[in-house]
Design a protein around this ligand. Structure first.
Ligand SMILES: Cc1cc2nc3c(=O)[nH]c(=O)nc-3n(C[C@H](O)[C@H](O)[C@H](O)COP(=O)(O)OP(=O)(O)OC[C@H]3O[C@@H](n4cnc5c(N)ncnc54)[C@H](O)[C@@H]3O)c2cc1C
Length: 420
């Protein structure tokens, strides 16, 4: 069985791996000259079932209104005439009821936990070193009031068996000596002890090497332009390097997926949430954290990638423009200098933007679409690194026609969620 996987991010490469293991002859088409450099190369590195909360929540509409009034908020919307944003936004708002938010969170949590297990298994089986740190993640709060609210919110995950400790300021400083330099900034933290961190770009390139040994062909610098279809099948994918044909096709283009899906008659409910990402060489290893985490006040997240510190922040709904300016990083730089002042040379941090491929409800899109031989593995939003191995393992089950480990209904290929 010949299969073409479109997209060489963490989702495309993990898909290629699981399919190749089952005997598929796999080719991966990737527009860039290297693998895992788009969203996969810019994320915060958190492997975080403890961060599974759906963004569409009862608190979100207030935040969006505040953003439209020009206030500084975690989720930002730039008002613009954009039919895609309006359609996506209306679907998002419909998901903001307490019941929908809880349902979506639990679906995401189930996938994240399954996926973390698959990641651990795969990395052990293939001996992949990807700067993995298994020390839990710290969700840090600056006031007791915020910590109490965080604990209340986390109760949903705790009741599902997610292990966590509530730490006061002294315990935070003991968890990782680097947190001590933050002084009295934090009142405490929720330490989700089963969460982890790791470098998804490194993981992707290492896994690609294992894939090559399984016979996977990587075609770099090839941009997919449209599907060619006949009756209920895809018969080829037209690219800037000619027509590629196979028995099966998997769409894993991250935020570009809706454009290709449209050529197969499928509207996908995805919109980019632009984020900003900073990477800096560590100059004082003792002053840099090994425990990854999130400053819940500024929503800056970080992970240690060996001798580098990665930070990311911000979710901006402002179209597909990837431009960034220095001021987009001021929140991150201020937070970094405040909590890890000596860890890196903040003036020499490398900066970039990248885009989370968000669905309005939160769960990604995994499964077979209108054409019998076109499969989707996309829309992983802010959790795609955590969800990658699980999603791709599930997709391999769908392709093989065997029962998957999770209920696949929440991940069905859709243009909108049909109300339950
Ligand atoms: C700021 C930020 C922080 C994040 N933090 C975390 C985190 O801490 N933990 C977590 O779990 N997740 C996090 N994420 C989410 C995670 O990074 C993404 O969900 C995940 O990387 C998506 O992977 P992907 O393979 O679908 O997309 P991508 O990595 O974007 O890969 C898609 C690939 O398709 C290629 N492509 C696009 N169009 C074409 C075309 N026409 N033809 C051929 N190739 C094409 C691209 O070049 C790209 O390589 C974060 C994301 C952002 C933006």
């Amino acid at each position: 069985m010949k299969t073409i996987v479109l997209g060489g991010g963490v989702i495309g490469v993990t898909t290629a791996y699981y399919l190749a293991q089952e005997g598929h002859e796999v080719a991966v088409l990737e527009a860039r000259d290297s693998l895992g450099t788009d969203a996969t190369g810019g994320n915060a590195g958190l492997i975080a079932p403890g961060h599974s909360f759906a963004w569409a929540s009862p608190a979100a509409p207030r935040m969006l209104l505040a953003s439209l009034r020009g206030e500084a908020t975690a989720i930002r919307v730039k008002p613009r005439l954009d039919a895609k944003l309006v359609t996506w936004g209306l679907q998002f708002l419909r998901e903001c009821t307490p019941a929908r938010a809880e349902a979506n969170t639990l679906i995401k949590l189930g996938l994240c936990r399954y996926s973390q297990g698959q990641l651990d298994e795969l990395a052990a089986a293939e001996s992949i070193d990807y700067n993995h740190v298994q020390k839990g993640l710290a969700y840090l709060y600056r006031t007791q009031q915020d910590l109490d609210a965080g604990v209340k919110k986390m109760d949903l995950l705790r009741r599902q068996g997610v292990p966590m400790d509530i730490l006061d300021a002294d315990q935070v400083a003991k968890l990782d000596p680097a947190f001590a330099s933050a002084g009295k900034t934090f009142a405490g933290a929720i330490h989700v002890t089963s969460d982890a961190s790791g470098n998804s770009e490194l993981f992707t390139t290492e896994l690609a090497e294992r894939c090559r040994k399984l016979g996977v062909e990587f075609r770099l610098g090839v941009t997919a332009q449209r599907f060619v279809t006949a009756a209920d099948r895809v018969t080829g994918v037209q690219t800037d390097a000619g027509l590629f044909t196979a028995d099966n096709y998997v769409l894993a283009l991250g935020i570009q997926s809706p454009f290709l899906a449209k050529t197969a008659g499928q509207r996908l409910p995805m919109y980019p949430a632009k984020g900003y990402s900073l990477t800096a060489d560590i100059v004082d290893p003792d002053a840099a954290p090994t425990v990854g985490g999130v400053d819940e006040a500024t929503l800056v997240a970080w992970s240690r990638f060996g001798d580098q510190l990665r930070m990311s922040s911000t979710a901006e709904f402002a179209g597909f423009n990837r431009d960034w300016k220095f001021s987009d990083f001021s929140n991150m730089l201020k937070t970094g200098r405040e909590i890890f002042p000596r860890a890196v040379d903040w003036d020499r941090a490398r900066m970039r933007s990248c885009m989370r491929p968000m669905t309005p409800d939160g769960p990604p899109i995994i499964g077979r679409g209108k054409q019998a031989n076109l499969f989707y593995n996309t829309g992983h939003g802010h959790m795609g690194w955590t969800m990658a191995c699980g999603s791709s393992r599930l997709l391999a089950d769908v392709v093989a026609g065997r029962p998957a480990a999770l209920d696949m209904a929440p991940f069905q290929v859709r243009s909108h969620r049909v109300a339950a």
